[in-house]
Ligand binder design. Structure first.
Ligand code: NAP
Length: 255
């Protein structure tokens, strides 16, 4: 690991072993942040960390289940001890447990709410202590266009809509302490999460992507880098007057 210079801020990205989280971690490292790469399995974070280090950045892999209050607290404490106080938090970790309501189990409802919504709350709670003490912070929550309603996703849609409300409320509570809180709501993005959805539907990922692309005004599916770019905007110094906002990044209008 290369040395951290004292003016480098620390960013925590959850669910950063792959997909949108990995692209966001890489982007924030390029933007000059030292990055804590959090995911369920510490070993799975190695690829993201190595990619950042190869480009001359600094990153730390942290194994942490964000839906567990003890692990969220311990994970943030470890970041603070090994890298420095978190100044940026990107709540990106997520799971899918899709089903129509008549088949969805209460457990599948709870686990999705637990990772997306409770996890974001727990991580924000642990990180805001450091941000408020420093008088500066940036929190970005990963919502989804599914927050507007999506068949088979009553658990996920509710969690993603809840994240938008959490964003607005934390923006009000933490604004006086120099902390902005915003939300990125992606549309269709090519990752392992959407690959798994195609598999469940029994079609190839290419077919799935093509179907989506036809309905997207810019006529292509999104890439993880498209989302990382939006996060990069929200966390920069110059975005300090932008707070409590939901930015749909979906190749066309939503909301
Ligand atoms: P992904 O490829 O499935 O990556 C999600 C990551 O989160 C995985 O590495 C996963 O680890 C990790 N994770 C799951 N549960 C966790 C927990 N309890 N604690 C810590 N990490 C956990 O998903 P993605 O497509 O990049 O999506 C990232 C975020 O964007 C999610 O919040 C998703 O809802 C949102 N989003 C995605 C799309 C899209 O089209 N892809 C659209 C809108 C919104 P494991 O592999 O070990 O499970």
């Amino acid at each position: 690991m290369s040395e951290t210079s004292s003016d480098q801020k620390v960013a925590v990205v959850t669910g950063a072993a792959r997909g949108i989280g990995a692209a966001t971690a890489a982007r924030l490292a390029r933007d000059g942040f030292v990055v804590a790469v959090l995911d369920l399995d510490e070993a799975a974070c190695a690829r993201t960390v190595e990619g950042i280090e190869k480009e001359g950045g600094r990153a730390l892999a942290v194994g942490c289940d964000v839906s567990d209050s003890g692990q969220a607290e311990a994970g943030v404490a470890r970041v603070a001890a090994e890298l420095g106080a978190p100044a940026v938090l990107v709540n990106n970790a997520g799971i899918l447990r899709d089903n129509l309501i008549f088949k969805m189990t209460p457990q599948d409802f709870d686990s999705v709410i637990g990772v997306h919504l409770r996890g974001a709350f727990l991580m924000a709670k642990a990180c805001q202590t450091h941000m408020v003490a420093a008088g500066w912070g940036r929190i970005v929550n990963m919502s989804s266009s599914a927050a507007l309603g999506n068949r088979g996703q009553s658990n996920y849609s509710s969690a993603k809509a809840g994240l938008q409300a959490l964003t607005k409320t934390l923006a009000i509570e933490l604004g006086p302490f120099g902390v902005t809180v915003n939300c990125v709501a992606p549309g269709f993005i090519a990752t392992e999460m959407t690959e798994a959805t195609a598999e469940r539907m029994g079609i190839t990922f290419e077919e799935f992507t093509d179907r989506y692309a036809k309905s997207i005004p810019v006529r292509r599916g999104g890439r993880p880098e498209d989302i990382a770019q939006a996060v990069s905007f929200f966390v920069r110094e110059e975005a300090g007057f932008v707070s409590g906002q939901i930015l749909y990044v979906a190749g066309g209008p939503k909301g």
